[in-house]
Design a protein around this ligand. Structure first.
Ligand SMILES: C[S@@+](CC[C@H](N)C(=O)[O-])C[C@H]1O[C@@H](n2cnc3c(N)ncnc32)[C@H](O)[C@@H]1O
Length: 264
């Protein structure tokens, strides 16, 4: 009896396995047909240059469907009302400088040729301004441009990485820091962390290029993500917002308890 039923049992199990495999294959085929159909519908709507790139396997960002674009970069962590409710809006970043303390000690992290430094000097009249950049040519240009201020002991130029240069200053020695160096998410995070170590507990941190994607160099910027994470983690708020024509806005941050008025 058992000799007859064993092969029958095995055959039944094999049939069941084959059936389940068949169902799985059918489901996959249906799914990929649906995907293929969606791709085809998307492809049909694209302009000729995009079709050509897709066919040649040279897809650019604009050739991706919206869902695929969104999947590339997760949304930044959302801020709560208390992180923005007291923010003042300014027409541009030079006007935003009005909110920086005057006669104070500050650092521009990523000074390039010193163009914005001129506005910083003019509007905030710092007691001391540290200008930092790792490009030797820019540093040389800035040293020449601000020779008078360097001689007067107002400007000090640092040739090196923003984080290493700021970390070399005594902790808590800055009234403010302005971050405009490496705008990747990792870069903005490390600059924010260094600025946090260097500014006084009631100090200020400004950042340029608060933009998710920069239309000028078509690059993914990470300043928005870094700012939101920083405000949520350390309980800082955005107190100033300076508009920029192409969306590379400025933000000015301060610890919530340090800001004027009752923090809630
Ligand atoms: C957008 S430019 C700064 C513009 C300047 N703040 C202004 O508004 O005129 C960015 C500068 O940061 C510098 N930079 C980028 N990453 C850096 C880093 N990790 N350390 C030092 N400088 C950096 C670049 O060399 C460049 O000059």
């Amino acid at each position: 009896m058992s000799r007859v039923s064993e092969p029958v049992g095995r055959a039944r199990a094999a049939v069941l396995r084959a059936g389940s495999l068949l169902r799985k294959v059918r489901r996959r085929l249906r799914r990929s047909a649906r995907r293929g159909q969606r791709r085809w519908l998307f492809f049909r709507k694209q302009p000729a240059r995009s079709k050509l790139r897709i066919l040649l396997g040279l897809k650019a960002l604009e050739d991706l469907p919206m869902a695929a674009r969104n999947a590339l970069w997760p949304l930044p962590a959302p801020l709560a009302a208390q992180h923005v409710r007291r923010a003042r809006l300014f027409e541009n970043r030079v006007a935003l400088l009005e909110m920086f303390p005057t006669g104070a000690v500050g650092a521009e992290m990523g000074c390039h040729k010193g163009n914005f430094s001129a506005h910083i000097l003019d509007v905030t009249a710092p007691r001391k301004l540290h200008l930092i950049d790792y490009e030797a040519a820019f540093v040389a240009e800035v040293r020449e441009r601000y020779a008078k201020e360097i001689d007067a002991g107002v400007v000090e130029v640092h040739h090196g990485d923003t984080v290493a240069s700021v970390d070399a200053l005594p902790a808590g020695s800055l009234d403010w820091a302005y971050i405009d160096g490496d705008h990747s998410c990792r870069g903005a995070r490390r600059d924010l962390a260094a600025a946090h170590r260097a500014v006084k507990p009631d100090g200020w941190i400004g950042l340029n290029d608060y933009v998710f994607f920069n239309p000028e160099d078509m690059g993914k910027y990470g300043v928005v993500e870094a700012v939101h994470e920083f405000c949520l983690e350390h309980d800082w708020e955005i107190l100033g917002f300076g508009l920029a024509g192409r969306g590379q806005h400025d933000v000015l941050l301060r610890r919530r308890e340090a800001a004027d008025g009752p923090a809630d």
